[in-house]
Design a protein around this ligand. Structure first.
Ligand SMILES: Nc1ncnc2c1ncn2[C@@H]1O[C@H](COP(=O)(O)OP(=O)(O)OP(=O)(O)O)[C@@H](O)[C@H]1O
Length: 620
């Protein structure tokens, strides 16, 4: 009953705030509706609690899960608990296992200590857990049977023992760096970057640079059956390994010295001959240019734009000859292994778009199962080396709703990026019509907004340290993949600020710039209007319409006609308006945005479910 729920929540609050008796200042008291308390989100039309969101509130007391999870109406309703970035302690978290609906548990950046509760294994619905930046000790309970787990973040603790074997292929976030884990990285772990495992002195195997010795692997398989066996055999193996390594190192350094000497001789010879050859080279260059142009004109399918685009480009004849015999660095797809720059030049191509910063071509490459898209970026102010580093970095960060480049090419004046062609078009086409009159209903729009927000939040989190934002987020860069799910394309190709944003003085090339662009895109979804039409900016128009209390007028007529929930459309509008705040510091982070949209999605799902149930005559 509701009073029991409030009593339980107040008990939880008192412990969290160090026995500070709730005085109502926080909005929590026995007589008010708990669904309106700060930090509590309930299901739509119900009084059951779905989310407890109390991150970053300076709590320094104890998290006692029994206060929540022993109260039946809470344990069967709570899906998400967020207590990040407080100074909360807690050693006995055992009762958390009774909150069996829990999907997200975020307690990052607190003072938790002691062992992780084995009852975590009972949370069969768990999707995301972040216990990083605490002082947890000992083994991680076996979570292998929780097949829906998407995130396991446990970095910066004092956890030890063997790594749990999780369903690595389903995991989107995994990080156990800065702990004391031992033994080989379980299979599937190699899909994550080394930074997910680093600073665990006794971990070994792919993707870490240190191999596992046979002894340590064997002992690990024995040890994995019995966690109380000593680690002596593995330290013997370490010794053997060390002496083997030092011999290997001597050979390696000798090799380096030899290669260095050979290089020195080659360079000296080359410098001496260069002067003599320079005259002859001038003649050759002319011949090479002719040869390249010949090969292009021989290709009967090549679209004129692509041909002239490439041949007029800043690629010098020497560069072109060089790449025509070398392969394009392939990032993800093994299917394009062996792809050459020359192959791209020869393949039939169709211009998809030409912008201020370059052009995009669809390339039909018959040897592959897929069609390709080649994005040519001109005058990108980034060195070849930086570009390669960036591509490598982006390649390490994978999200199912972010389209990765599959290969790239870098020359002095331009860069090429190769993507897989997505035949279902872009979000821009879906919103502004493609002539087919396909309906784009409210729940699909909300779904798209939520998915893009989650994917962007993921990229921001993973690339925070490298400061790589999307930089050019807009509906034409959201493509529908083969499952018709939205996919963010062109992440990290910061090509400067696009014109209309420049006029608004919005810096797009940082994370808060992405938040602005995301907000503008959500406004486009809600209104069905272009982000910029004849110099009028959508965000400014919407904000002034809302001030004038014309809120309902801004929504796309199709949404009104469909009978979409006005309450939830207004909630999404308010989230978007927060994102397009003129002051970057005031904009929420993408993590917060994703959280808000997901809560809205849950409300939408719940209300659809309720209306279906009452329609079927089962309810009340
Ligand atoms: N991988 C892809 N598959 C299918 N269509 C794509 C792909 N990449 C881009 N496109 C489409 O090609 C068109 C041109 O892309 P381009 O990136 O030049 O346009 P833009 O996003 O409007 O401009 P820019 O990104 O340069 O600011 C767009 O309609 C875009 O949706």
């Amino acid at each position: 009953d509701e009073t029991d729920v409030r009593v339980a929540l107040l008990k939880f609050y008192e412990k969290l705030s160090n026995n500070f008796i709730a005085d109502g200042s926080f909005g929590w008291n026995l007589t008010s509706d708990h669904c309106r308390w700060d930090g509590i989100i309930c299901y739509a039309n119900l009084s059951s609690v779905m989310v407890i969101s109390l991150s970053n509130r300076s709590f320094s007391g104890v998290f006692d899960p029994s206060t929540l999870c022993d109260e039946e109406s809470l344990s069967t309703s709570i899906k998400r608990i967020f207590l990040n970035d407080n100074a909360i302690t807690g050693e006995n978290l055992d009762e958390i296992g009774n909150c069996n609906q829990l999907e997200h548990l975020y307690i990052r950046g607190n003072q938790f200590s002691g062992y992780l509760p084995s009852s975590l294994a009972k949370l069969k619905n768990l999707k995301r857990i972040d216990i990083s930046e605490n002082k947890f000790l000992g083994d991680v309970p076996d979570l292998a049977h929780i097949s829906g787990l998407e995130e396991f973040s446990a970095q910066l603790n004092q956890l030890s023992g063997f790594l749990p074997s999780l369903h690595f292929l389903n995991l989107m976030f995994f990080n156990v760096s800065f702990n004391n884990f031992t033994g080989p990285i379980p299979s599937g772990g190699e899909h994550f970057p080394a930074s997910s495992f680093m600073r665990n002195p006794h971990l070994c195997g792919d993707p870490l640079p240190n191999y596992c010795s046979a002894v340590s692997s064997e002992s690990s398989s024995v040890l994995s059956q019995s966690s109380s066996v000593s680690l002596e055999s593995s330290s013997d193996a370490d010794e053997t390994n060390k002496s083997k390594k030092s011999k290997d190192q001597i050979f390696m350094y000798a090799g380096y010295v030899l290669i260095g000497l050979v290089l020195l001789v080659v360079i000296t010879l080359w410098v001496c001959r260069k002067e003599k050859k320079s005259k002859a080279n001038d003649e050759k260059t002319v011949k090479k240019v002719v040869a390249i142009d010949d090969s292009i004109s021989k290709s009967e399918y090549m679209a004129v734009d692509m041909k002239s685009g490439f041949s007029k480009s800043g690629i010098s004849a020497d560069d072109s000859m060089l790449v025509s015999s070398s392969l394009l660095p392939v990032l993800t797809s093994p299917e394009v292994n062996g792809l050459k720059f020359e192959d791209l030049l020869k393949a039939p191509a169709e211009l998809l778009g030409r912008g201020k910063y370059g052009s995009v071509y669809k390339v039909i490459y018959e040897d592959l199962k897929m069609n390709l898209v080649v994005k040519r970026i001109k005058d990108w102010n980034i060195s070849g080396n930086e570009f390669k580093q960036r591509m490598k970095k982006l390649n390490q960060v994978k999200h199912p709703n972010v389209l990765p480049p599959i290969a790239f090419y870098s020359a002095s004046q331009e860069k090429l990026l190769v993507y897989e062609y997505q035949e279902h078009g872009s979000l821009f086409r879906l919103i502004h019509g493609n002539g087919t009159g396909e309906p784009f209903d409210w729940s699909s729009r909300l779904y798209v907004a939520g998915m893009v927000a989650e994917a962007l939040a993921f990229m921001h989190k993973e690339l925070h340290g490298d400061s790589i934002a999307h930089g050019n987020l807009k509906s034409s860069n959201i493509l529908l993949n083969k499952n018709l799910e939205p996919c963010i394309s062109e992440y990290g190709l910061m090509v400067g600020e696009s014109d209309h944003y420049q006029s608004l003085k919005v810096n797009r090339t940082n994370f808060k710039g992405d938040v602005y662009a995301f907000g503008a895109m959500v406004l486009e979804l809600l209104t069905g209007k272009m982000v910029m039409t004849e110099g009028v900016d959508l965000a400014t128009w919407v904000v002034s319409a809302v001030k004038e209390e014309w809120t309902v007028e801004v929504f796309d007529r199709n949404l009104i006609r469909e009978g979409a929930s006005e309450e939830r459309m207004v909630s999404l509008l308010q989230i978007a308006i927060k994102c397009v705040n003129r002051s970057p510091e005031t904009r929420p982070s993408m993590d917060q945005v994703a959280l808000m949209i997901n809560a809205l999605k849950e409300e939408e799902d719940k209300s659809m479910y309720l209306s279906e149930v009452s329609y079927d005559g089962y309810s009340r």
